[in-house]
Design a protein around this ligand. Sequence first.
Ligand code: 1CP
Length: 337
Amino acid sequence: MNNRILNCLGGKKYRGIPVWFMRQAGRYLPEFRKIRKENPNFIKLCLNENLSTKISLQPLKRFDLDAAIVFSDILMIPYGLGQKVSFKKNFGPQLKELSLEKIITANKEDFINQLRPVYKTIYNIRKKLNNNKSLIGFVGAPWTLLVYMLNKKSPKNNFNFKKIIKDELLAKIILNKLEEMICLHIDHQISAGANVIQIFDSWAGLLPNNKLPYFCYETTARIVNHVKEKKIPVICFPKGISKNYADFCSVVNPDCLSIDYKKNPKSIRKELKNIPIQGGLDPKILLMDNKKIKKNVKNYLDIFKDHPYIFNLGHGVLPKTKPEKIEYLINIIREKE
Ligand code: 1CP
């Protein structure tokens, strides 16, 4: 098989390092910005299967990437559960009041019907994608979704666990429902053609250490087991808990750990002997000159030269990134630079 990502995750010997980027379809690409300008409603855009297919494939038209990721959002799950979501310019996501009753009584059929265009998009992408490329489906982890649903906006400024989780029992009820719906959303993405799943726990770093097992590890572990039963590899990105990556992996045992830019790559290489690793490079490096980019990329390649490694960043591509820098980075990976 000449699919670099699947070979790497399957622990097989493969030629060449696989590479893709979180947020590879997005605001740094002028062709995305053009479509976005004409489509001010972001959720509607995610549910437009023709445009979403086109956007997902935009980065693959430009660059020699090993995977497409479906153009969608982690907040499609709260949306599917009946909590209104919108995206405001220079502010980010805004969620409306959460109705516990709506969430608890949400049924699977209505949920799937609302999200069906996402699965159609995946089906369309798969038809257009060469077999040597992976198609990544994704979900937000229960904790990260819970944060958006209760906080109703990005928690990047002023997050306080006790203030948001006033009632732990209530939080646990929502978390259970999320776990169920996340598994359902994954199942449908796989049936539509996704052959790798990534779980984004972008706000794991907001959890106090003593809350990590319940709110992050254990719920993620059940989802990972669910995906593994389907023989589909699963990559976990529990951002911001770099000191606890080894603990996370011992409970969750994902097929691959995606590390953030704060983690020292040498130390993770020592801590994890048996789990493939993805990512790590600080997205800000791509705003620098080529010499600095090369030095930093080579550093990661050197540290992981004897370990199954997927090249990626330690978070999403920044909107200010010039597309030429992505191309330059891929040329380093492909040994053309
Ligand atoms: O033009 C715009 O304003 C839209 C920007 C945008 C894009 C391109 C948003 C709003 N979402 C997306 C697409 C998206 N989101 C993808 C598919 C495209 C790709 O990766 O190529 C994926 C995988 C996501 C995942 C996502 N959404 C995460 C997890 C990854 C991460 O960045 O940590 C999170 C936290 C979100 C929520 C979200 N959606 C959009 C924004 C700006 C945010 C972050 C808000 C915040 O800072 O809290």
